[in-house]
Design a protein around this ligand. Structure first.
Ligand SMILES: [Zn+2]
Length: 135
């Protein structure tokens, strides 16, 4: 993603484009991917960036609140940030900790329960946990 596109995207979502936020966005929005805060930190360090961990966490929180990325919590200790924000499905490989997308067309759900009273459906997202065979 070009720098001008990143600036435009942050503005569109009401996020002030500070240099640290632009650095984080440049990594996360480079392609469709799922990264943890630690993976983003490593990539920033690899680029010689001085963005602090606190700043990265804060930026990711703002990005997910403003819909620039989607936060995926797999358990209490594992969070990933997904650069694809529309509703979609995932495989989660529990051994490697890798997440990958499942195309919308490959999942069909034939029956869903009635929604709780006073609610409307926002999205249906499937997470399929997989592990190496024969463990
Ligand atoms: Zn995804």
């Amino acid at each position: 993603m070009l720098r001008k596109d990143i600036l435009q995207k942050l503005k569109q979502h009401g996020v002030m484009p500070t240099s640290q936020r632009v650095e984080v966005a440049a990594i996360l929005l480079a392609r469709p991917q799922h990264l943890s805060a630690d993976q983003i930190m490593d990539k920033l360090k690899g680029r010689g960036s001085r963005v602090s961990k606190a700043n990265v966490y804060n930026t990711l929180k703002i990005f997910s609140e403003q819909g620039i990325v989607k936060e995926l919590s797999l358990d209490s200790s594992r969070k990933f940030y997904d650069s694809t924000t529309h509703s979609h499905h995932h495989f989660y490989h529990v051994d490697s900790g890798q997440l990958s997308d499942i195309p919308e067309s490959q999942v069909s759900i034939s029956s869903l329960p009635p929604l709780p009273k006073g609610t409307e459906q926002e999205s249906v997202e499937v997470l399929i946990r997989v592990r190496d065979k024969g463990r």
